[in-house]
Write a protein that binds this ligand. Structure first.
Ligand code: ADE
Length: 443
């Protein structure tokens, strides 16, 4: 496979491309590299390659002239002309480069023998017309800013090269790694152990010493599933899982996840229509429906919170009617749901009760239709699910027009807002609770 590297700093690459498996692959002819410096295509005496951005702003921009000339020299024609192979531009604003893209590039090079051309941006970026004229695909290697695309190009070269047939000693070792599209299929790697059997008092898991190959494969698969769900929940959510994987996650991880999730319906301090902070009245419907949903999703508990004594008395009356009064006789299922409701005065009361029951202070997470504006970090649903693996989480739902700033101050994060599909966005709090439980706990 041949890489054309367009860079103002070809010397950046000596060293990384001269050692280890890459050097070996160059020696055997599997890999080759050529370097193309836009400075060589600059026409003026000073060989200028950068200029100030039109419209002002900091830093310099790579000029389109020398860069375009370099690409023409590599066989690319502007405006839909000749394309000798894929042309990637490395820049922080590109689309995320991942294992699937690396595999596609390695497969294309193996099948077509086309070279892969990498353009390393420098300064504040390149003149935007280059991307308009040439068939470039902009990629980024992560959500951070480098001095230029060279270090990113090295990551990409290594990720692609190691997928070429013949690059690694054992093909199967590539397949089983994290993110590979083979057996591990979009999951993180399982933990590995080597000599000695006991290190600093820690023994290697027994199954790995058993010689039971099917048992070992199952243990590894399940370890991958759990590691991915804990560390990268968004990957676990997107991975193509077999029915037995899903059954395993349901059986092992989900019940405990559900048990670690608590919710509180907050009646004070909440906002009214005019955005004033105060107390809202308890409603029969919310208590019934959130209790039923909490029970259905196996939550650790549901707190109905109000500091007003008459409102708490109303709550007790509702609960008495349905748990031990006439309601219980006609509807025992409802009695079971309402028996799970816990009364409390404040958010602090509910958090203290969760801490007492679980031995761990819960992570307080707000919910809001205007999550982006409430000054708290927004935690994605897979992230919230991941947190549940290690700590209890207390989700706060505001009645009235939502949680007041003083309630938000108690929280570490806010769940993503539920979006409407049109201009109307007025879910009842009990409906929002159901959707949010499902987004956190679903398969
Ligand atoms: N150039 C600067 N930052 C980069 C990044 N994160 N990925 C690719 N190219 C870059």
């Amino acid at each position: 496979m041949h890489f054309n590297i367009v860079t103002l700093f070809p010397e950046f690459f000596s060293g990384p491309l001269d050692c280890g498996l890459i050097a070996k692959a160059r020696g055997s002819g599997l890999l080759s590299f050529s370097f193309h410096n836009p400075r060589d295509a600059a026409r003026d005496m000073r060989r200028t390659v950068d200029g100030r951005p039109y419209g002002g702003g900091p830093g310099m921009i790579m000029l389109p002239g020398p860069l375009g000339e370099t690409l023409r020299g590599l066989g690319f024609s502007p405006r839909g002309g000749a394309v000798p192979g894929p042309l990637l531009l490395l820049k922080a604003g590109g689309s995320p480069f991942g294992q699937a893209k690396a595999a596609a590039l390695a497969e294309n090079a193996t099948r077509t023998r086309e070279p892969l051309t990498l353009v390393c941006g420098r300064y504040e970026g390149i003149d935007a017309r280059i991307e308009e004229l040439f068939p470039t695909e902009a990629v980024s290697v992560g959500d951070f800013v480098l001095n230029g695309g060279e270090a990113a190009a090295l990551c990409l070269i290594e990720a692609v090269s190691r997928l070429l047939p013949g690059f690694m000693g054992h093909e199967h070792s590539v397949k089983e790694e994290s993110f590979a599209s083979g057996k591990a299929g979009g999951l993180l790697e399982y933990p590995q152990y080597a000599r000695p059997e006991v290190f600093e008092g820690l023994a290697v898991p027994e199954i790995l010493l058993s010689g039971d190959h099917a048992g070992i494969a199952l243990w590894r698969r399940q370890a991958s599933l759990l590691a991915t769900r804990q560390v990268r929940p968004e990957l676990a959510a997107a991975a193509p899982l077999a029915p037995e994987d899903r059954a395993f996650l349901r059986a092992v991880a989900r019940p405990s996840a559900g048990r670690n999730l608590y919710c509180a319906l907050v009646h004070y301090p909440v906002l009214d229509k005019e955005e004033n902070s105060g107390a809202a009245s308890l409603t029969n419907l919310d208590i019934h429906d959130i209790a039923r949903t909490s029970c259905t999703y196996g939550l650790g508990g549901f707190y109905a919170l109000t500091p007003l004594e008459d409102q708490r008395e109303l709550l007790r009356e509702i609960l008495r009617y349905w748990i031990s009064g006439p309601g219980a006789r006609s509807n025992p299922d409802r009695a079971r749901a309402l028996a799970s409701v816990r009364e409390g005065r404040s958010i602090e009361d509910a958090a203290a009760d969760v801490a007492r029951r679980t031995g761990t202070v819960p992570l307080l997470v707000a919910t809001s239709a205007r999550a982006e504006h409430c000054g708290l970090p927004v935690m994605s649903f897979p992230e919230l699910a991941g947190k549940l693996e290690t700590m209890p989480l207390l989700l706060l739902f505001g009645t009235g027009h939502g949680l007041a700033p003083r309630a938000l101050e108690a929280c570490a994060a806010v769940a993503p807002p539920l979006r409407s599909f049109g201009a109307y966005n007025h879910l009842s709090v009990r409906c929002a609770a159901a959707v949010i439980f499902d987004r956190i706990l679903n398969d």
